[in-house]
Design a protein around this ligand. Structure first.
Ligand SMILES: [Zn+2]
Length: 199
């Protein structure tokens, strides 16, 4: 789920708070944006429009090399952003498929690979977004973050944990509720409702 992606990004950058504090803010902000951004396609071509499992890896190589060599805040942020986005797409593969009830395991679409021109199949290591094991990963990632971060980013972690726990508790009920609610939504709005929620 999205909160787990976000905390994974922050967790990759948080060691810099200890080993390279001068670059920590750029790294954390870059990682936060990069690990969260792919899911902005939630409402238009989810796991395809902004998910580039191969593209982000290719973009990360020069960005990370530039960050190591030149150490400018922009390159550090870009490096962590592309790595965060690449890891996000990789994580989506280890979850469930793109369907309203991923625990039923009927969808073979995890994430779209634009280079291969096909959908990659889900591995279902974490059965679905918001599954108990997803919430567990979220909580484990939160521990070092809550110890090492402060200020606004600390609150981002608290918010991600709160949203993730509530989502985890309601996940299966939301799947039942969504089609009922969508029927009551006025016609022009329906176009913006993700496809899997439509009856
Ligand atoms: Zn995603």
């Amino acid at each position: 789920m999205l909160p787990t992606h976000t905390l994974m990004g922050l967790a990759m950058a948080v060691p810099l708070v200890v080993v390279a504090p001068d670059h920590a803010t750029a790294a954390l902000v870059g990682a936060l944006v990069g690990s969260t951004l792919p899911d902005l396609d939630m409402y238009a071509g989810h796991r395809r429009s902004l998910h580039y499992p191969t593209g982000y890896v290719l973009a990360a190589v020069p960005a990370v090399a530039g960050a190591i060599l030149l150490r400018t805040p922009l390159l550090v942020a870009l490096g962590f952003a592309f790595v965060g986005a690449a890891v996000h797409c990789r994580m989506d593969r280890y979850g469930g498929g793109l369907e309203l009830r991923p625990w039923e395991g009927t969808s073979e679409r995890a994430v779209y690979d634009h280079v291969e021109g096909r959908w990659l199949a889900p591995k279902r290591l974490i059965r679905y977004d918001g599954a108990p094991e997803d919430v567990l990963v979220l909580l484990l990632l939160a521990i070092p973050l809550l110890v090492l971060l402060e200020g606004l980013l600390w609150w981002v972690v608290v918010a991600a944990v709160a949203i993730g726990c509530v989502y985890g508790l309601l996940r299966r009920r939301l799947a039942a509720l969504a089609p009922v609610l969508v029927k009551k939504v006025p016609e022009p709005v329906t176009a913006y409702v993700p496809e899997r929620y439509r009856p």
